[in-house]
Write a protein that binds this ligand. Structure first.
Ligand code: ADP
Length: 161
């Protein structure tokens, strides 16, 4: 069985992330979307909330599971029997950091490969940070995130005001 891990902070999940998840799910037998510990000290959603939001969106994708992990990504991948970590690339600016991480991960465990997937041109501008910035000013979020989670973002933003 071919298994992949798609890691990220997903604070919150965007249509760009969802596009990568769907395409990855078409290539692999099993995909684990893994909500990693956020380097952002002040995230909008807790990790448990982020897991729940993603689960709600991918529930119709039979071969996708959503989990959370501390620790090293390669350890998590190994524990799932995954040999591939998928990363989305939006622009050259993503490349430097992602390439460095891919090499570092390979150093730790040469059995795990990183696969870069080109972002859909529709979503190259999109990041969780952009979504949070737009939500702050009550912008229409329908072009940015799946509709099922718009209310959650609006409510969360209000609770933080
Ligand atoms: P961000 O806060 O930049 O959205 P994440 O850590 O949540 O970052 O992203 C997880 C993964 O998804 C990374 O591999 C990232 O490059 C990728 N990604 C983020 N946004 C998009 C997008 N709009 N299209 C494709 N891939 C994306």
């Amino acid at each position: 069985m071919k298994t992949a891990v798609y890691p990220g902070s997903f604070d919150p999940i965007t249509l760009g992330h969802l596009n990568i998840i769907k395409r990855t799910a078409r290539i692999f037998d099993k995909v684990y979307v893994c909500v990693m510990k956020n380097s952002d000290k002040n995230p909008l959603f807790t990790r448990e909330e982020r897991v729940e939001l993603i689960q709600r969106i991918v529930k119709h994708l039979d071969n996708v599971e959503v989990e959370t992990a501390d620790g090293l990504l390669v350890e998590y991948a190994k524990s799932k029997g995954a040999r591939v970590v998928v990363k989305g690339l939006r622009a050259v600016s993503d490349f430097d950091w992602e390439f460095q991480m891919a090499l570092a991960n390979r150093k730790i465990d040469p059995a795990i490969d990183t696969l870069f997937m080109a972002a859909s041109e529709k979503y190259t501008f999109l990041s969780s940070t952009v979504v949070k910035e737009m939500a702050k000013y009550n912008a229409d979020l329908r072009d940015f995130v799946p509709r099922e989670i718009i209310d959650d973002i609006v409510k969360k933003m209000e609770s933080k005001r």
